[in-house]
Ligand binder design. Structure first.
Ligand code: SF4
Length: 417
């Protein structure tokens, strides 16, 4: 146990129950519209992404799995040759692909397939198509780290912003297009004209980054990406995350302060959105106020979500589990958590299940694998992965974010009636 900004911080090690980083492909393939994600993995990996993103039946899919079979595992076949053949055929058949990610998995790590060399080799052969690689393996990672690894792989490829360029704002983390557009409108109303996004919507439009880049993280799970941007000379703006009215205001204020925007301009640009968010949140406060919520560690969004629920909706936090607690990136969030909040970093699944069962919270936020057993025991649950698939950031989505937590309670109340 340790003290950290007034919270009651515990660290646990043991069995974990989380999805792997391949899951990120489900939202990343929608975001970068001319990219393709080729998982180099097993049938299990293929099943995972096919069922997680099983909506692709009628479209040309933008992800697939190159299956490592028994011959590859036994070292009989040359996995590199097979990979080259699969990739070449894919690019010939799909000229719309401009950026190809080779996504590593547990099996590709086990047979030590060097995907970074494969990506270099294939980039040379298939130019102008860029081939990059990252790992989505489930060995010691959580599902949102797939996005972090993907964006970190993009950073060395980004154009270098010239040293004499005026400061630009970079927003880092995959956001729904509609959310990006809303932020662009507010930032432009403040007078910040040069706003870039990582990832961009198209491979050829990735943002230039240099010493004059100031960046805001839109997601709390981007430690490796932030490190790569820092190495490029960009500077992170310390901020809370844009969840709820308060978080969004704090996040936008960090940009305003970095770009010298005065208070009156900031207030004028944000007042309407903030008022709409507060109006949308009010009815949820009646339903969620005083409810006891327990977070299992899963998405790494837990700390900002807990802060939002506690401060804007009056929720009582029983325990806030998170796979990792990035002290620097989450500093503003930790400060905003109610004093004494129990935060657990890491996981010992059985111990945490015992604590959850003993506390019998009104709502448990957890991964899909835990939700069914807990529901069967009469506990209401919310799938944390839904918070990644749904646009939840910004003023206009604050009400929808609250609704995601209110819905399971309503459902349980109906079932009980
Ligand atoms: Fe399973 Fe590993 Fe494949 Fe993920 S990468 S689906 S954890 S085998």
């Amino acid at each position: 146990m340790a003290a950290c900004g007034g919270i009651d911080l515990h660290q646990e090690h043991g069995q974990r129950a989380v999805f792997c980083g391949l899951t990120g492909i489900v939202w990343l393939h929608r975001k970068i519209q001319d990219a393709f994600f080729l998982v180099v993995g097993s049938r299990t990996c293929a099943h995972l992404i096919q069922s997680a993103a099983g909506v692709m039946i009628f479209a040309e899919p933008r992800f697939a799995t190159a299956i490592i079979d028994e011959r590859d595992l036994a070292g009989i076949a040359d996995a590199n040759e097979e990979l080259d053949r699969v990739v070449t055929r894919l690019i010939e058949r799909r000229p719309d692909i401009k950026l190809l990610f080779l996504v590593g998995s547990c099996p590709s790590e086990v047979i030590k397939l060097d995907l970074s060399r494969a990506a270099q080799r294939l980039s040379g052969r298939l130019a102008p198509v860029r081939v990059l690689n990252y790992s989505g393996s489930g060995i010691e990672t959580t599902f949102t780290q797939g996005e972090d690894a993907c964006l970190a792989a993009l950073v060395p490829e980004l154009p270098r912003a010239p040293a004499e360029e005026a400061p630009a704002l970079l927003i880092v983390g995959a956001l729904a297009d509609v959310v990006e557009d809303q932020f662009l409108r507010i930032l432009s109303a403040m007078g910040i004209a040069d706003v870039r996004f990582l990832p961009a919507r198209r491979a050829g439009a990735m943002p230039a980054v240099g010493r004059n880049t100031r960046y805001l993280l839109a997601q709390p799970f981007l430690a490796d990406t932030a490190r790569a941007l820092d190495e490029r000379g960009a500077r992170r703006l310390a901020a809370p995350f844009p969840l709820g009215a308060e978080g969004t205001t704090g996040w936008l204020r960090a940009a305003a302060e970095a770009f010298g925007i005065d208070d009156a301009t900031f207030a004028a640009a944000t007042a309407a959105g903030r008022a709409r968010a507060e109006t949308a949140l009010a009815p949820h406060r009646d339903k969620l106020g005083g409810k006891r919520v327990f977070f299992f560690p899963d998405s790494q969004l837990e700390v900002p979500l807990a802060r939002f629920l506690a401060r804007e909706l009056g929720v009582a936090l029983v325990e806030v589990g998170t796979p990792y607690l990035h002290r620097a990136h989450l500093a503003a969030e930790i400060e905003w958590l109610p004093a004494g909040t129990r935060v657990t970093e890491g996981q010992s699944l059985d111990d945490q299940m015992d604590r959850c069962r003993a506390a019998r919270p009104d709502l448990t936020v957890c991964g899909l694998g835990l939700a069914n057993p807990l529901e069967a025991e009469g506990l209401s649950t919310k799938w944390s992965i839904e918070l990644l698939f749904t646009p939840v950031q910004g003023y206009e989505q604050a009400g929808d974010l609250a609704e995601l937590f209110a819905r399971p309670l309503r459902r349980r109340a109906l079932l009980e009636v």
